[in-house]
Design a protein around this ligand. Sequence first.
Ligand SMILES: Cc1cc2nc3c(=O)[nH]c(=O)nc-3n(C[C@H](O)[C@H](O)[C@H](O)COP(=O)(O)O)c2cc1C
Length: 176
Amino acid sequence: MTTERLARALVVTESYWGNTAAIADVVADGLRNATIDTTVVAAADAPQVIGADVTLLLIGAPTHNMTLPNPASRRIAASRGVEAGRTGVQEWIGHLRLDGNPAIYAFDTHTSKFSGSAARAITKLLRRRRIGAELGECFLVAGEPPALVDGELQRAASWATQLAGRGRRNLATDPR
Ligand SMILES: Cc1cc2nc3c(=O)[nH]c(=O)nc-3n(C[C@H](O)[C@H](O)[C@H](O)COP(=O)(O)O)c2cc1C
């Protein structure tokens, strides 16, 4: 009997006004449409140990002060009327352990491509922990409260199609 392994993706996010979470949901839907078993979870609730069954790991956060959100920037977000917990992607990466070898991509939302990138901060933080990760896509928000600019959800859906191929190729080359 042959046991067929499925490609599995985990999308870990942090979001205050819902924009990064909306990108995560669209990407997850695209991956599911491509038959990749996909779970989305907030960083504060994400597992610290990623099982060997995960072939694709996506990590997304909003850009705060040119980098990843931290306790001080979350307090500023909270003062603008949103619910903000105490931890997010930055703290989660600090304790992350990988049992397998997933392809990892970082994504973010930000207000301008010249105003820093949480995704870049994610890849740097991971590399410091000797975990290889690629810079994925950065999505634009505008306005107050911040909302995704027209076309960004469609761009997220197209990105999901590219990522689906990556998740499956990773499964095919995995020796287990
Ligand atoms: C405290 C704080 C600092 C921010 N700093 C930046 C920044 O340096 N660069 C930028 O492009 N956007 C910045 N922003 C805007 C956020 O990137 C924007 O609120 C976020 O992308 C919205 O995503 P979310 O709905 O998932 O929270 C900042 C927002 C807050 C609350």
